[in-house]
Design a protein around this ligand. Structure first.
Ligand SMILES: Nc1nc2c(ncn2[C@@H]2O[C@H](COP(=O)(O)OP(=O)(O)O)[C@@H](O)[C@H]2O)c(=O)[nH]1
Ligand SMILES: [Mg+2]
Ligand SMILES: [Zn+2]
Length: 314
């Protein structure tokens, strides 16, 4: 007979800061946690604990202002957003560095203007998300600075492809209800170019000044907030969000010249028309994709993105 009939508390990792974790157990208790050499994981040799992980706990001290616990087991992840390997910071032995675990959807934030809307960047995100089989939402922010028509024209191909798109103005609090709706009940990772309004949107959504806004390092163009410390925010109307670094920090090693064509969803229909089964759709004669571009069935900008990404992969 099992001696210990007590239920093991399970919780969600809300914050990572160095080797210390904030975990909220399913009964709502907040714990400051650490791992120990006996901590087990069901996720191989990727980061032991990341924001979004579900973990089993063993109490160390309770009843104080912030209860303390040890993480005994990290449960299997259904998805992971992983970081490009940083050779300069290769202190740990982990093979894959996890930015966030158990992400349900990637929320790509762009702005209508300032910085200008870049469909090339959107395409890079969509390729990444398709390669990871991750759901996506495209948020077009700063709509208060735009007359809508031009932006809508730029976004039309994405509507046609069935991507979910939400138009917002964090400044004027427009489109926020629609955004809340797509975030509800899910764990969403926000990503996008710096300055598009991610922090402002997240602050609006969480109803708190949780993230500092507008702080961009002029030299590097990168935000000043540190990316090593990850925080998950709970939305009052349901759902969780994580602010992530831009796509430059993501691990894109799953995308190759060989499989890139599968991540442009409109290509799939035309690929059977190519005369070579391994057609790269770049130089080959009798290419179904190039014909579809010429006839207007595939958006030429999307095809240009394909070529640009193809060229950028070695
Ligand atoms: N006009 C306008 N400005 C915005 C909007 N959202 C954010 N901003 C401004 O854009 C700048 C960058 O915003 P921030 O949230 O820091 O962007 P982040 O780098 O993506 O986190 C700040 O000065 C914000 O006040 C918006 O919807 N409309
Ligand atoms: Mg920010
Ligand atoms: Zn082809």
């Amino acid at each position: 007979m099992k001696k210990d009939q007590e239920k093991v508390p399970v919780g969600l990792v809300m914050e990572v800061s160095g080797a210390s974790y904030i975990v909220v157990s399913d009964d709502g208790t907040r714990y400051r946690c650490r791992t120990f050499p006996g901590t087990k994981t069901e996720n191989g040799d990727s980061s032991l604990v990341a924001v979004g992980d579900r973990v089993e706990l063993k109490m160390i001290e309770t009843g104080t202002a912030l209860s303390e616990a040890a993480i005994t087991l990290v449960l299997p992840r259904h998805s992971a957003l992983t970081r490009k390997r940083d050779v300069r910071r290769n202190r740990s032995k982990e093979k894959v560095q996890v930015i966030a675990a158990n992400i349900d959807q990637l929320v790509v934030v762009v702005s209508a203007i300032d910085p200008p809307l870049s469909t090339r960047l959107i395409d890079r995100y969509l390729v990444f998300a398709e390669s990871e089989q991750m759901e996506t939402v495209i948020v077009v922010n700063k709509m208060d600075l735009d007359d809508f028509k031009e932006t809508r024209e730029l976004m039309e191909p994405y509507h046609a492809l069935g991507y979910r798109i939400v138009y917002t103005s964090a400044e004027e609090q427009r489109g926020m209800k629609a955004l809340e709706k797509v975030l509800k009940g899910k764990l969403s990772a926000f990503s996008g170019h710096s300055g598009v309004g991610k922090s402002t949107l997240i602050n609006q959504l969480s109803g708190q000044e949780r993230l500092r806004t507008g702080e961009t390092n002029m030299k590097t163009g990168k935000g000043l907030h540190t990316t090593t410390n990850s925080v998950m925010l709970v939305l009052p109307r349901g759902g969780y969000i994580i602010d992530t670094p831009g796509i430059r920090e993501f691990n894109l090693s799953g995308i190759t010249r060989d499989n890139l064509r599968f991540y442009f969803r409109e290509f799939l229909l035309w690929m059977p028309e190519c005369s070579y089964s391994s057609c790269s759709h770049t130089v080959e004669p009798e290419c179904g994709i190039m014909k579809a571009v010429e006839s207007g069935s595939i958006d030429p900008d999307r095809y240009d993105s394909y070529l640009a990404i193809y060229e950028s992969i070695d």
